[in-house]
Structure formats: C-alpha cells, structure tokens
Write a protein that binds this ligand. Structure first.
Ligand code: DP6
Length: 328
C-alpha cells in the first residue's frame, strides 16, 4: 500500500456562478454552473499516512488555522469511513497564488485533496465520482477535478450522487484567457459559504438569481458548442452582475466589489468600444477577472496593468483537470 502521494489541481473561475445551496451539508447547489479550469493557478498537496492521533495540516509552510484544518479533517474522515482505514494523515498543501482572496483556492485545494486521498485510501473512483467527492469539501472543487470548460450539473437526488461536474470542452480546444486583476492580497472579509447562506435567507433577489441560472448555463453551453465568444462573454457578465446584485440586496448587504474592481468593469467596456472583445467577471472577493481570447490577451493585460488600483495581473489559460504527480 502506498504511504504517500502528491496531487495537483488548478483553480477555476465560474462564468455562470454557483451561489446558493439546496443542501448545505452535502454542498448541493441550488442551480448549475459553468467554469474555466485555470493554469497556472495551482495547488499541490502531499498526503502521508502518519502514526499521530490526529490529522496534521500544513498550508503554505505553516500549521493551518483551526478552522481550515478542521474542514480538511472532517473531509478526510469521509475517506476513512468509506475505506475502513482509520489512519490519520499529514497533509502539506501549497498554492502558487494568494489564498482566500476570491481566487477559488478552496476549489483547487479540495480537488487536489480528493484525488490524493482517493488514491491513498485505495478507493477507485471515476472522474464523476471524484468530482462528487470534491464537492463535499467545497462546491466549486467539483469543477476543478475536470479540465477545460466545465459544467457542474445541479442534480436532483437527495444524496447528491448526480451532482458532479464534467468537462464540455478540453483545455486545448479553445484559446480562452482569464486575466486576474489583483486589487488586494488581504483575505476576504466573509467566506463564500456564509455569504451564500446569508443571501439565501435575506436577499429578496435570491430567488430570481437562482431561477435565471439554468437558462444562463444552457446558453453558455450552446455558446461553447459554437465557439461563440461574444455570447459566452455576455452571459458571463450578466451572471456576475446578477450574483452581486443578489448579494448587495441581502440584509445587511454584502459588497465584495471595491472601487478598483468597478474601474476594471468599466475598462472592459471601453475595450469593447475600441473593438477588443473582453468581458469581466468577479467572484466573492474584490478581484476582477477579464475573459478574452488568446489573440487579444497581451493587449488586454497591458491595459489591466495600467489600471490604478490593480497591483498585479495573473495571466491564465485553460488548464487540465486534477491528477496525481508521478514520482521523480
Ligand atoms: C462566488 O465553492 O467556495 O466563487 O461550496 O461553500 O465551499 P462552498 O463555496 P465555494 O463558492 C464559490 C462561489 C463563487 C462562485 C463560483 O465559483 O461558482
């Protein structure tokens, strides 16, 4: 039996967002979503069996805080239950991008953890099963298991067995780019899990937001099948703005967008007026992201770097799904 494995997974950005659960414990989404798996944003996770009496989690070189470590331990417990192997683990996890700043670090983290833990505990799982397991750690992690352009279906069953993601277009088949405008490296003020529940329970716009998501995903899937970039971009912006509208209408309101974030939204519109096809999105944090095609990416990147309030730009393209790192 293997004693240690290393798994890698990329972050992802949703073009049609997941923001609402129909089951909180199982992370079952209230609606489907669609995302791009992004290289080079990557989590590398090494898992080792240990003789300790508890799991030990080291994140980016330091002992993980209690909350994060607790979340990982409960997740690993699912693997212990399923495999009948009660051993604890030492987990070293590293991100090559800022953690918890609206860059979907939990998605890459739980996707890597799932692929590694499944192997270590000897569970032979299909990609769909791995995705459904990753979903239990963090909803968006279900999408980071798969590569390229990814559709996470809502599913209807109470146990979540039909709520998993799959790739609808492999990474190499469309040269899409995401330029992340880093506006701050500080951790976000409120996590997406609590923000989702707060919105669901207090925002009068929540229902409308969820009701519009299925049609948006269908439209995005059709746009992908025809490689219709303009249509995909329009759905992307509409989904992001609708999600933030629902958040802002919560009581008390949640406003993730900062001045610099909105400035980038306007920059994107200006670029379109100049004939460059670019569309914005933004998750539960202040980092704006611009969607464009490879042919325009350098021009868009230069303009984004020149935007005041943007401290760095991360240039991403479509990445592969999560996998095991082969030993050297
Ligand atoms: C705004 O997957 O982090 O990035 O399931 O509670 O762990 P949990 O939430 P998480 O939420 C991601 C929210 C989002 C939109 C998206 O990625 O679809």
């Amino acid at each position: 039996m293997e004693q240690q494995v290393t798994a890698v997974a990329h972050a992802n950005v949703a073009l049609v967002k997941y923001f609402g659960k129909r089951d909180v414990r199982l992370n079952l989404p209230a609606a489907p979503s669609l995302s791009l798996t992004l290289k080079p944003l990557q989590t590398t996770t090494k898992l080792m069996f240990s003789n300790d009496k508890a799991d030990v989690v080291i994140a980016n070189g330091v002992a993980a805080d209690e909350k994060f470590a607790g979340r990982i331990c409960s997740f690993l417990h699912l693997f212990r239950q399923q495999s009948g192997n009660s051993q604890f683990l030492t987990v070293h996890t590293e991100n090559n991008f800022p953690t918890a700043a609206g860059l979907a670090s939990s998605a890459a983290g739980f996707a890597a953890l799932t692929v590694g833990a499944a192997r270590l505990f000897g569970l032979s799982l299909s990609e769909s099963e791995l995705s459904a397991w990753a979903r239990r750690g963090s909803g968006s992690a279900s999408r980071s298991v798969c590569g390229g352009i990814v559709h996470w279906q809502r599913g209807g069953s109470a146990d979540g067995s039909d709520s998993f993601a799959r790739s609808i277009l492999p990474a190499g088949e469309w040269d899409l780019r995401i330029l992340v405008g880093v506006t701050t490296r500080a951790p976000k003020e409120i996590g997406s899990t609590s923000a989702m529940e707060h919105t669901r329970t207090t925002s009068p716009y929540y229902r409308a937001w969820i009701d519009s998501a299925t049609a948006a995903v269908d439209e995005a899937i059709e746009a992908v099948s025809k490689k219709d970039f303009e249509r995909l971009g329009e759905v992307t912006e509409h989904s992001a703005l609708s999600m933030h509208a629902s958040l802002m209408a919560a009581q008390p309101p949640i406003v993730f967008l900062k001045g610099a974030t909105i400035d980038v939204f306007h920059l994107t519109r200006t670029l379109r007026k100049e004939g460059i096809q670019a569309y914005f999105t933004c998750d539960a944090g202040p980092q704006p992201k611009i969607l464009c095609q490879g042919k325009d990416a350098n021009a868009v990147e230069a303009r984004l770097r020149a935007c005041s309030g943007v401290v760095d730009v991360i240039h991403c393209s479509l990445g592969e799904g999560a996998g095991l790192q082969t030993p050297e």
